[in-house]
Design a binder for this molecule. Sequence first.
Ligand code: ADP
Length: 461
Amino acid sequence: MISRLTPVLDWFIPENIRASETDVPMVRHFVMLHLLGPLMGHTVTAFLLMQLSESNWQFWVVEACVASFFLVPLILRQTGSMALAAMVSVQTLVGLSLFGSFWFGGISSPLLPWFLIAMVLCFFYLYDSIKYALIGITLQLATFTAARLLSGNFPQLVDPAELLLPNVFSILAALTYMTVMCLFYEAVMRVSLRLEQETIDQRGRVAELRHAMSAAEQASKRKSIFLAKMSHELRTPLNAVIGYTEMLKEEWIERGEDERKAKDLDRIHAAGRHLLALVNNVIDLSSIESDRIDLNTEPVVVRDLADDVIATASPLARKRDNKLVLNMPEDLGTLELDALKVRQSLLNLLSNAAKFTTKGTIMMTILRSQEKDGDWLTLEVTDNGIGIRPEALERIFKSFSQAENDTATRFGGSGLGLALTKRFTEMMGGTISVRSEYGLSTSFTIRIPAIESSLSERKVA
Ligand code: ADP
C-alpha cells in the first residue's frame, strides 16, 4: 500500500531533498501525514457540525484551517524548504486547536488533543529551528489565555454535554495519527541506523585498504632496494669483463691473431656493454622507486648541454647513415637544471631515434617559451624512422615495454629507456609526450620548467 503511495508522495518532494537518502523517508512521512491529517480532521469537524444548531463563522474558520493542511505539501514542493512547510503546519495546528478549543468546549474541546500532536510534530520536524517554533507557540498560547481572561469564560457555542462523541472520535483520530507517526519514525530510524552501520563498515574497509596499501608500498620499496643492490653487484664484474675484452682485443691485434677470434671478442664486448646499459637503467629506475635518487639542480648553460649531447649522439646516428640536426636559438641562457637527468633523457630519445631510423634525419629542437603557467623549456627529438602504431603509444612509457613483439629481436633494447626518461621528467616537474605516424615519423617532446639561474642574472648585470 505504502509502496503504491510512494510515487504520489514523491511528487511533492522537491529535487534538493530527493538527493539525500536519509531525508527522503522523513519527508515522505511528513507529506503522508499532511494528506491523512485533514481527512481525519474533517471527520471531527463533521461531528462538530452535527452538534451545532446552525453553522457559524467560527466553525468555518476551523474548517478552513483543517483544509489548509492539504496546502502544506504544495508549499514544500514550491519552496523546497522543509523547515518552512513544517513551521506553517505546526503553527496552523496550534492555532486551530487553541481557536477551536476556545469557541467549542474550552478545555473539554475535541480539538485540544491536537495541540499535543502539534507539539510532537514540532519536536519531530523542527529540531533545527525549535527556538522560533516555541516562540510562535508561546505567543499563540498567550493570546488564547488573554482571550479567556478577557471574556471571563469560554463562549458556549455548543453544549459541552453534546461534545462527548466528537471528543471520543477526536481522541481516536489523534491516536491513529500518533501511531502512524511512530511507525514512520521507526522506519526512519531503521534507515539511519543502517546508514550508520554502513559508514562504520566502510571506515573499517578503508582502514584495511590503507593497511594493505602501505604493506604493498613497503614490499615494492624492498623489491626496488633489492634490485638496486643486485644490479650494483652485477656492475662491478661486468665492467671487469668489458675492460678485459678491450685489453685482450688490443693484445690479439698486436699479436696478429686470427681475425675471427677478434670478432668473437667484439661480440662479448658488445653484449657486455648492452648488459651494462640494462643494469644501469635498472639501478636508476629502482633508485627512483625506492626514493633513493634526488634532483640535483645546478646552473646549466643550455647551449653547452645541447652541443655535448649532440657530440655524444653523433656516432650513434651515423651507424645507420642518419643526419643529426640541432635546431635551437644560439643562446638560451643559463637555467637551473639537473644536467645529468636532462642529458640522459635526451640521449635515450636520440639513441632510440638513431636505432629506429635508417638513412633519415634526426632533429633535436630546444626552445624556451613563456606561458600563462610559467616559463618552460621544450626539448623535442623528431625522426623519420619506422614510427609507432597508435595503440602502442601509451604502452611504451611502461617499464620493459616495447611497441612491437619483435622489436627486441630486430633492434635489441629492453624497454626501460622511456620509462626512465618519463620518471626523470616527472622528477624535474615536467611531462613527456609522443606523436607518431606509423611508418613515417616519431616525435618525443619533453617540457620542463625553465628556472633562470641567479648566476646568469649576475652575468647579465
Ligand atoms: P628500448 O628502446 O630499449 O626498447 P625504450 O623504453 O627506450 O626501450 O623504448 C620503448 C619502445 O618504444 C621501443 O622498443 C620502440 O618500440 C618504441 N620507440 C621508442 N622510440 C622510438 C622511435 N623513435 N621510433 C620508433 N619506435 C620507438
